[in-house]
Design a protein around this ligand. Structure first.
Ligand code: SAH
Length: 366
């Protein structure tokens, strides 16, 4: 039977179903399985996925392959509501920061960062963060809760929709970095589910090279890293000396550099794949010659790219950003030792959208 339901009516039907689960928490396999178990055509899952993830505004009226019963079933089982963008801030360099409200009223931030051809979106994986890194604005908030896969995917969809409407000249699907609020490996299962959904051919169809996960070095999560598709890994190193790293990333007291590298060495890399080592450069703290020598000791023989991030200051920050000349000197010295080094250009700092500047409490007052 031909489906005849207007999308607006459909949404009302669905949001009134209290027990419904978010559709965006379902992988394609899970959806096919559920349909099959309930006596529906398994193949309809492909159709439904394409509508929801490729059009973002699925109009079931237009689909004549979905039976009325299938639509009714989907409508009683799933909710399709997305997080709400409650604030948009545009930076001078075209970076856009979104304050996004979740169904329970909690808020997180996501940031669209422009690169030559397309945008990268920086997604949050938790409300706040438990890691309490001394240089990070988000850490000041503490951890409130983990995000669900649907809320991670929801950030992507609402930002992508915004992009299509507001910057139509650059609408290719954004790359993803898990570098917003939260420690993604501390919320492993939901991040894993979200990654799988992002990669689904019938859905958003991103390539695994389009996704990068950044971690402070949470070992229980790193141990499971190979359960994920082959996405890029970035490790927040920030110091090659345990004593100093302990002060920057308290997690290091539990998982020392030795233990961390032991785990990293077990991760199988594809041909030409590297681990990116993020190195927050802080004035007079980790920018000494001794740091360069020890960085070479740890990374010289490993498949590593060093990504220097000059410290981004935030209100009340305990550290200072080094001069650009110092950043360049640090880079050159590492390169002379044969290391591959990049410097991350700071984007969106005039709206506190740069690395480590995300803090929802602050966003509300800016
Ligand atoms: N929890 C993850 C991802 C979030 S932070 C992690 O620790 O990797 C993403 C990157 O921004 C990390 O490398 C982080 O160390 C860096 N960062 C945090 N605060 C910063 C700041 N104030 N200035 C520059 N980079 C910062």
């Amino acid at each position: 039977m031909v489906a005849k339901v207007k999308f607006a009516e459909y949404i009302i039907m669905m949001t009134s179903k209290e027990a419904a689960h978010s559709f965006y928490n379902q992988s394609l396999e899970e959806l096919s399985h559920t349909l099959h178990e309930s006596g529906f055509k398994q193949k309809s899952a492909d159709e439904i996925f394409r509508l929801v993830y490729k059009r973002f505004n699925p109009n079931f009226e237009a689909v004549d392959t979905l039976s009325r019963k299938t639509i009714d079933f989907i409508s009683t089982h799933y909710r399709f509501d997305l997080p709400k963008i409650v604030k948009v801030q545009n930076a001078d360099d075209n970076t856009v920061k979104f304050l996004v409200e979740l169904a329970d009223g909690n808020q997180v931030e996501s940031v669209l960062i422009p690169f030559a051809k397309k945008y990268t979106i920086c997604l949050s994986s938790q409300v706040g963060c438990a890691m309490k890194c001394s240089f990070c604005f988000t850490g000041l908030q503490g951890l409130k809760r983990n995000l669900e896969a649907s809320e991670i995917i929801g950030q992507y969809i609402v930002a992508y929709k915004w992009l299509r409407e507001n910057r139509p000249e650059k609408i290719a699907s954004p790359n993803i970095v898990f570098m917003g609020q939260g420690e993604p490996l501390h919320n492993f299962d939901q991040v894993k589910k979200a990654v799988e959904i992002f990669l689904t051919t019938e859905g958003l169809h991103l390539g695994f090279r389009q996704i990068t996960l950044s971690t402070a070095g949470y070992l229980p999560g790193l141990e499971r890293f190979s359960e994920l598709p082959n996405i890029n890994l970035a490790l927040s190193l920030h110091s090659p000396i345990d004593e100093d790293r302990n002060k920057l990333i308290p997690l290091n007291k539990r998982y020392s550099l030795e233990k961390l590298f032991e785990k990293l060495d077990q991760i199988k890399l594809l041909k030409r794949q590297f681990i990116t080592y993020e190195y927050l450069l802080i004035k007079d703290l980790n920018d000494r010659d001794e740091d360069i020598t020890l960085l070479n000791k740890w990374l010289g023989q490993r498949r590593a790219i060093i990504n220097i991030i000059p410290f981004n200051e935030f209100p009340g920050a305990p550290y200072k950003r080094p001069l650009t000349s110092k950043v360049n000197e640090f880079k050159t010295k590492l390169e002379r030792l044969g290391l591959t080094v990049k410097v991350r250009t700071t984007k969106g700092s005039d709206i506190l959208a740069a690395c480590g500047q995300l803090n929802t409490l602050q966003s509300k007052t800016l």
